[in-house]
Design a protein around this ligand. Structure first.
Ligand SMILES: [Zn+2]
Ligand SMILES: [Zn+2]
Length: 83
């Protein structure tokens, strides 16, 4: 069965609907300010931040950290997985 992940927080669900209907705690507009966003890349053994190159084994672990090269400013947002 396929897993779907949120690009912002790494939450996984088994269908897109239940992912995108729920509020995301790591939404870029602020905590709980929007819904999960489907990560459109494939499942990987490690995920790389598209801004700074940091890698982590899961999207949840990657997006748990503030990114020093975030486009909104240093540590103004979380790491974001490249596709
Ligand atoms: Zn999310
Ligand atoms: Zn980063």
């Amino acid at each position: 069965m396929a897993n779907y992940y949120c690009e912002y927080c790494g939450r996984s669900t088994t269908n897109v609907t239940s992912l995108t209907i729920a509020i995301c705690p790591r939404h870029p507009d602020g905590m709980n300010k929007g819904r999960h966003k489907l990560y459109e890349g494939s499942e990987k053994s490690s995920y790389i931040c598209k801004y700074c190159g940091r890698s982590a084994r899961t999207i949840a672990a990657l997006t748990a950290g503030k990114c020093p090269r975030h486009p909104k400013g240093m540590s103004k947002g979380w790491h974001s997985p490249a596709l």
